[in-house]
Design a protein around this ligand. Sequence first.
Ligand code: RUB
Length: 355
Amino acid sequence: MFSSVPALSKTTATDMIIPGDTLLCISLYIESMKLMFVTETAEKIKSMEIRGAGRIARAAAEALSHHASEIKVDNLASFRREMESAANVLVATRPTAVSLPNAVHIVMSGLNQAETIDEAKNGVVSRAERFMHSSRNAVQQIAQFGSRHIRDGDTILTHCNSEAALGCIIEAHRTGKEIEVFATEVRPRNQGLVTIRMLNNAGIKTNFIVDSAVRSFIHDVDLVIMGADAVTVNGAVVNKIGTSQVAHTAAEARVNVLIAAETYKFAPRTIMGELIQIEERAGSEVLADEISQSLPYVTVRNPAFDVTPAEYIDLIVTEAGAIPPQMAYIIIREYLGWGIEEFHKIFEINSKHEE
Ligand code: RUB
């Protein structure tokens, strides 16, 4: 990251006349320093060093808070502009996890009502802190609610690495239930390795299987628990690629599927027909470039997420309680505060801008 910042040459009292291009360099340097934490966070989210929808959302909130505290501007309009450009950099990192734009929306809301820079700054910092705090609480609350759906002696299957889903499993174990887990490998990025380490550290008996072995073991499983990157208004769940195959297999075998998802993973804009964008990542994550380059007729496709329809999901456990997927609209309206009226407001603002 630092290498992309132009190096400042040392100056002495005798060479204080600064040429124009150096001035440009300095101002670019100052600009990039201001955005440093935001761009670093954005890079980490893009490269998946920070991954998982909840962690991504908290990292974005933290970056905005840090940015608000660091930027030095002399008027409110510039403060708002700076914050908006930081928000855009963060939101552009990964398109599927709705937790990211939702967290940014929560942290940025109220910015237009602030009357001074200090008020705007304090507002961003306190909303970010509140968001991060309530996000962690939500994960704990979901663990409590979700663990009640796990019975003593159950075998649970999970896919990918979801802190919300694993929270339920680890809480069930912590409260003394004898459980066993099947965890998938999760091609191509192997998030399953993170999962089995967490389960192993918790002392939970775990079976590690390749993704394609789910149907072979589904009759040994009592319950499937997975996380979500987004929940749409019709109760469909967007999560790591392979989730829909697991859920379909479970439905065929009459094994219940529980999704652990904080309310900020519900996607308000799906009310107006907006679709969740499925991130497609580089083919090199699946097949080494040297190999694909030697196969000119082969295209590697690498969608990172898929959509599981509501009918394959029995329950979505949120911090506000467990709901059937068909009740997703209630969460969007009651907990995210996005009713139809909110969209009318947006349309009014947009059409005013267009006039
Ligand atoms: C992670 C993934 C997780 C959800 C929920 O995908 O699909 O199941 O994000 O996770 P990736 P959490 O590894 O590509 O980010 O419950 O931790 O928010």
